[in-house]
Design a binder for this molecule. Structure first.
Ligand SMILES: Nc1ncnc2c1ncn2[C@@H]1O[C@H](COP(=O)(O)OP(=O)(O)OP(=O)(O)O)[C@@H](O)[C@H]1O
Ligand SMILES: [Mg+2]
Length: 273
């Protein structure tokens, strides 16, 4: 089973969707079998990948509704190694229904573990609130990637997600870890960014990722072309940063892998003696 990473923060507009889409795309470019799952009823991942939501036959709603299996709603994308499960535009009635279905909190975890073995990474985009689908994602995930922008409300929301993770760990998923806090949409020339960065390092010294995603107009431009920004403008500083983020995450998880091997080697050596 690959690694399931939920991209989450209970605050809108911090770069969750941008990060989920570009990170998934970057991991696929780096030859990792990657599945991107849209769990936000706003359904923005589809347009970022150039999918016409009306033409998609099968989505996460069908999975929660037990009308289709996970394998039947996985869409191939134009990018080699990248698959996608969308969430279509829901009308009010379906959105209410989905919020009720989402109270089946272990469903996502169970279907992913049963049917998504073949992926190296599963990246889940979540909505900007904790209840319902975000909670389901955290119960299903191995780790949480937390994008944060330099603003008081966004930084306060980090405490909120960490507190919620503690609750999830105590009650449902004891191994849930923080993949890292990602400074996104970072303005290198603004003093406030530096102040926020200092505050984040002071508060969560071990949780901040090395990679910083700069604020870059290439990201906004790409949304108008319905493409991930890495594809639309691969040389933009933000695209390079997302590729670095993929490297950092691959490296972190390789280390974990080798760490396990080393532990096994050590145990074997002890046993042999
Ligand atoms: N590095 C960046 N540089 C410039 N613009 C960015 C950057 N990252 C994100 N944006 C823009 O900021 C806006 C919010 O980003 P995004 O939709 O990814 O946030 P979100 O956390 O998913 O929001 P929501 O919680 O509402 O789903 C978008 O218009 C996006 O294009
Ligand atoms: Mg979003």
């Amino acid at each position: 089973m690959g690694k399931i990473i939920a991209v989450a923060l209970p605050k809108g507009g911090v770069g969750k969707t941008t990060t989920a889409v570009n990170l998934a795309f970057a991991l696929a470019l780096k030859k990792r079998q990657t599945l991107l799952i849209d769990l936000d009823p706003a359904g923005c991942c589809s347009s970022s990948l150039g999918f016409n939501k009306e033409k998609i036959n099968g989505d996460m709603f069908d999975v929660f509704n037990f009308s289709k299996s996970l394998l039947h709603v996985i869409q191939k994308t134009d990018q080699e190694n990248l698959s996608f499960i969308p969430l279509k535009n829901l009308n009010y009635k379906d959105e209410v229904r989905l919020s009720k279905l989402a109270t089946n909190q272990a469903l996502l975890r169970n279907v992913l573990r049963a049917e998504a073995h073949s992926f190296d990474f599963i990246i889940i985009d979540t909505p900007p609130y904790l209840i319902g689908l975000t909670t389901d994602a955290l119960i299903a995930a191995d780790s949480v990637l937390v994008p944060v922008i330099t603003g008081k409300f966004s930084m306060d929301a980090v405490d909120k997600i960490l507190e919620h993770m503690d609750y999830i760990k105590r009650n449902f998923n004891q191994h849930l870890a923080v993949e890292g806090i990602l400074m996104s949409n970072y303005e290198y020339n603004a003093k406030v960014s530096f102040t926020a960065k200092k505050e984040l390092y002071a508060k969560y010294p071990d949780l901040i990722l090395r990679t910083v995603i700069p604020k870059n107009v290439a990201i906004v431009e790409a949304t108008f072309y319905n493409k991930p920004s890495i594809k639309h403008n691969p040389s933009a500083k933000s695209s390079v940063a997302y590729l670095q983020l993929a490297d950092e995450i691959i490296e972190k998880n390789l280390f974990g892998y080798y760490q396990v091997l080393t532990d096994i080697d050590v145990k074997d050596t002890i046993r042999e003696k």
